[in-house]
Ligand binder design. Structure first.
Ligand SMILES: [Zn+2]
Length: 199
């Protein structure tokens, strides 16, 4: 059976969402069709409105609808801590974890295999933060993979030129994990990031 063209098109579009395969896209498509007209329009409008009004903050690169963003303008936050993340969802995760300093968001997941990514990597926000002289510590919160590792070293080299301390999140074993099943890199990083037990 062939689906009606507009439904087929809707399913095709939904498959572009992360983690949505053909079956889920079909289920979502049918769900949207069953919604009352007003609710379906509200979803469509919310997507368009967000696309229209949200942009990267000129100072930190985090997504915002004000310039600069509410984090950059919040004077109660620490000015001496600067956390570098790969994208805006990492900022949300850091906020949930209780971090209350500044950010620089690199905006895109970088792929070492793609030389263009290196050429296009914009470190201007990082450099202007470092030049401001307020930052005492750069905290690298990049993903614990090979790309994150290389980018971390590159950024660390930049920050050290300004005499700024550079740290990174300790990587290691997940809570509830089992040492015998940990891969080599995870276990090595856990060993490097080991901490004294304070009693
Ligand atoms: Zn900002």
């Amino acid at each position: 059976m062939r689906l009606p063209k507009p439904l087929e098109h809707l399913i095709e579009q939904l498959q572009k969402l992360p983690g949505i395969g053909p079956k889920n896209a079909q289920r979502l498509g049918l769900f949207l069709l069953r919604l009352p007209q007003g609710e379906a329009e509200a979803i469509a409008e919310a997507i368009l409105e967000a696309k229209k009004r949200i942009f990267p903050c000129p100072q930190c690169g985090n997504l915002t609808d004000t310039s600069p963003c509410s984090i950059c303008t919040d004077e109660t936050r620490r000015q001496d801590l600067l956390c570098v993340t790969e994208d805006a969802s990492d900022v949300l995760a850091m906020e949930r974890a209780g971090y209350r300093g500044q950010y620089v968001v690199l905006e895109k997941a970088l792929n070492l295999m793609d030389i263009q990514d290196w050429a296009n990597m914009d470190l201007s926000r990082l450099k202007s933060r470092l030049k401001s002289g307020k930052v005492q510590e750069v905290i690298l919160a990049l993903n614990p993979d090979i790309d994150g590792e290389v980018i971390s070293r590159m950024i660390a080299a930049q920050a050290m030129q300004f005499g700024v301390r550079v740290t990174r999140l300790a990587h290691g074993l997940p809570v509830g994990g089992d040492i015998q099943f940990a891969d080599e890199i995870t276990l090595r990083q856990a060993l490097e990031g080991r901490k004294e037990i304070l009693t």
